[in-house]
Design a protein around this ligand. Structure first.
Ligand SMILES: *Cc1c(COP(=O)(O)O)cnc(C)c1O
Length: 294
């Protein structure tokens, strides 16, 4: 495995705490459930977006680039994390946003702007093509010396940062659960994987019942908990989150971690996890996008 770097411009990357969750449904099923609190890695650059940014930041400096240009939608935790990192470490950031500029910016984009990110809106067609579209190319000419990071931090540096989560988890666990969007976090975890640990992914996108480069041996994907797809949710989901938060004091949100936790509780109720199992659930953060409806 490659060397682990632990600092960026004098800043030491933090380690997140592991917290046991005690709930009757877990005790009754004879399982132990721990939450890896990556949502606590940083107040602003939280969760797996921090993990994914780590080596992208290091790479930016190594290549002598002066800032980061990247892609995202109006509710992107990734854009938010990049903007926050730019503000924290004093480098310029550019966000190329999917779709026409709305009359009112989403709370996420508003904060990105406040943190100093330059936002450029491109048509959905151009967004789909990314660097291959003229529209996006035009934006990129105005950020010449920038390091270009894929949407969601979905690149090899992103995976590398996520593979390091294993170093912070004790070897005796049986399952590691994670919510999936681009699948980068899961791919990173597969790379650094310990063979006896079963990885369980919870895709939040409809129809993502297989991440292309992953096989059934690498991980199990639970395709039934997307609640209609990315950015979609139901009253049942919001009620679940409210109830779960009240019982555990663990904050969730409706895009990723709430769906995953719903899925885990549903699987527990169906005796999916054998008695005696030790399960670690990765809290990937995203709380900046928590709905006021919860
Ligand atoms: C982005 C995000 C994910 C998905 O991560 P991928 O690496 O794209 O699969 C999961 N949870 C939260 C909270 C996120 O913000």
């Amino acid at each position: 495995m490659q060397n682990q770097l632990n600092t960026f411009r004098g800043y030491t990357f933090p380690v997140s705490p592991l917290q046991k969750l005690k709930l009757p449904i877990f005790t009754n099923a004879g399982i132990e459930l721990f939450v890896k609190r990556d949502d606590l890695l940083d107040p602003l650059i939280s969760g797996n977006k921090w993990r994914k940014l780590k080596y992208n930041l290091i790479e930016m400096d190594q290549l002598g680039k002066k800032g980061i240009a990247t892609f995202g939608g109006a509710f992107s935790n990734h854009l938010h994390a990049v903007a926050a990192a730019g503000q924290r470490f004093d480098f310029p950031t550019v966000g190329i946003v999917r779709g026409e500029m709305p009359i009112e910016l989403s709370p996420t984009l508003k904060q990105c702007k406040e943190m100093g990110m330059n936002l450029y809106f491109v048509s959905r067609a151009a967004y789909r093509l990314k660097e291959e579209s003229d529209e996006v190319q035009q934006v990129l000419t105005s950020c010449n010396d920038f390091f270009l990071v894929a949407e969601g931090g979905a690149n090899e540096w992103g995976e590398r940062g996520c593979s390091e989560i294993w170093r912070e988890i004790e070897p005796s666990i049986d399952y590691l659960c994670v919510a999936c969007g681009t699948g980068t976090t899961l791919k990173g975890l597969v790379k650094g994987s310990r063979s006896h640990v079963q990885l369980v992914g919870f895709p939040v996108l409809k129809g993502m019942d297989e991440c292309p480069p992953l096989t059934d041996q690498d991980c199990k994907l639970m395709a039934d908990y997307h609640f209609g797809g990315y950015a979609k949710h139901t009253t049942q989901l919001l009620n679940f989150i409210r109830d779960f938060e009240e019982k555990t004091r663990l904050p969730l949100e409706q895009v990723y971690t709430g769906k995953m936790m719903f899925g885990i509780c549903d699987l527990v109720s169906k005796d999916y996890f054998p008695k005696g199992s030790k399960i670690v659930v990765l809290h990937t953060g995203g709380l900046q996008g928590r709905s006021p409806l919860i």
